[in-house]
Design a protein around this ligand. Structure first.
Ligand SMILES: [Zn+2]
Length: 228
């Protein structure tokens, strides 16, 4: 997890980088953050609590664990990265809300199929431990432990597969193992999730057969609840 170089990136180039050389690093970052909103194309409709996946419930990750972006306009989204928490659903939400954690996924799926959305799909979540992969992917955590196959319930597989099917439909991502990968498959990672008990054949089959998602253009719909 995490993204060590949580840097300024290509946005600095877009706005000329002037702010980045004035004053200290903290000031520069604040200036840059404000300046982002002046860059054409960045002014997406950003209403707190909006969702990309109609079946999810919004609960926000700490802004320290993701980066403002304008995907797919600035970065192409062509990967879904499957994770397993190595812990419970409440644990995942707690650490992703912790600004000191340095990592979070867009979604967390519970054993009963409930889905929390914590970061908008247009933003870059720090979940793969690799900057380039974070920029091109959506991250999905699953409650449970890699060495406990009983944690991966029917309800979890079905719900997660519908979520991934919706993501693939929104961004035109092919439903195959090249584009839907495990954290373990991210280049250079030392993470092993989702582990040997995650049934990839079953998962891909479920994603392919998932009913067509409700079309919402990826701009989100109003959350049914706002969890704390
Ligand atoms: Zn992971």
């Amino acid at each position: 997890m995490g993204e060590k170089k949580r840097g300024i990136g290509r946005r600095a180039v877009l706005i000329g980088g002037g702010a980045a050389v004035v004053g200290g690093a903290v000031l520069a970052r604040d200036e840059l953050r404000r300046a982002w909103y002046r860059v054409p194309g960045v002014e997406k409709d950003r209403v707190a609590g909006r969702l990309d996946h109609p079946g999810a419930v919004w609960t926000a990750a700490s802004p320290a664990n993701w980066r403002l972006a304008d995907r797919p306009a600035d970065f192409t989204i062509d990967r879904v990265v499957i994770h397993v928490v190595q812990g419970s659903f409440p644990t995942a939400l707690k650490v992703f809300k912790d600004p000191g954690h340095g990592a979070a996924t867009h979604y967390v799926v519970r054993k009963d199929g409930h889905i929390a959305q914590m970061i908008r799909e247009l933003d870059v979540a720090f979940h793969a431990g690799d900057r380039a992969m974070n920029e091109r992917s959506i991250g999905i955590e699953h409650e449970g432990f890699v060495d406990r196959p009983q944690d991966f319930t029917d309800a979890m597989y079905a719900s997660s597969a519908r979520l991934t099917a919706g993501i693939c439909a929104r961004y035109g991502i092919p439903v195959d193992r090249e584009h839907i990968i495990g954290h373990v498959e991210v280049e250079g990672t030392d993470h092993t999730d989702p582990g040997p008990h995650w049934d990839w054949d079953r998962y891909i089959r479920l994603v392919r057969s998932a009913p067509a998602p409700t079309k919402n253009g990826g701009n989100g719909e109003t959350a049914r609840t706002t969890a704390s």
